[in-house]
Design a protein around this ligand. Sequence first.
Ligand code: C2E
Ligand code: CA
Ligand code: CA
Ligand code: CA
Length: 275
Amino acid sequence: AKAAGRNAVRHYRSDLIKLQNTNFSLLQQLRDAIENQEFELYFQPKYQLKSGQIIGAEVLLRWPQADGSIIPPDQFIPLAERSGLIIELGNWVIERTFAQIAEWKQVIGQQIPVAINISAIQFRDDNLVSQLTEQAEKYHLDADKIELELTESLLLSDTFSVQKQLDTLNEKGFSFSIDDFGTGYSNLRHLQNFHASVLKIDRAFICNLSTSERDQSLVAAIVNMSRALGLETIAEGIEDEATRELLISLGCDQGQGYLWSPALPVHNFIQLYPA
Ligand code: C2E
Ligand code: CA
Ligand code: CA
Ligand code: CA
């Protein structure tokens, strides 16, 4: 217990040190924005590469401002993570996304598969599992059409409790994908513990694919490795037809990117589904 206490203190200290580099007015704005529910969910469609068929969406957070501009998540998610606000914000994203999926289900008669980004910090919260399962129940959703996008840093961050939560969510039927693959510390052994069904190839490998032979070799290797592990692959950041065709030839299964569409507000996204 003493060791655990010491660890807690150390955690607390390192959080304080991180916050020393923080813009406190932005932190206060973020806190207020969460309280006032100022955020908006955008949905970026995902496609089957070969058939071109839409297969669902990734939900991406936006923070609209009074002047009509929008603050992108890269400008507040890191702060939300450092300050711990990501727990509250993430729970809001889960609840609102599920409510949206349920509403669409009424309109088009099917549950659209949606992927939600879950940051590693959210797994420090013991309530994540109950938030996901209770909200899925409340909105009568099939967990297996809800995908959680996780990064590899998750399995490096903690050990036992994270694995336990992943196992429980897996038992409840949620599916997992590994986001930003190839950018961090990739460890094949960790991948197996994820119960992941999809591996997302980071945009860094995709954006120069049609001109870079090196990137083509890397993507080919990632696709082959995924197959060996029984995982499907999705490429993010596909911006042109040449890249799509290359990815098909390399055996990649799915894609998303500006070739089809950026992340869209709700009313624009649902128009991609014929009534
Ligand atoms: P990510 O999960 O890797 O999301 C992919 C990012 O690539 C998104 O940026 C998306 O808009 C962008 N993107 C998609 N297609 C293209 C393309 O063809 N070209 C280019 N240049 N970009 C493309 P976005 O929406 O700004 O999100 C940035 C990051 O913020 C996300 O990266 C994710 O890590 C984080 N994020 C967004 N929403 C949430 C959320 O609800 N919860 C958490 N924890 N993180 C979130
Ligand atoms: Ca993602
Ligand atoms: Ca990504
Ligand atoms: Ca990324």
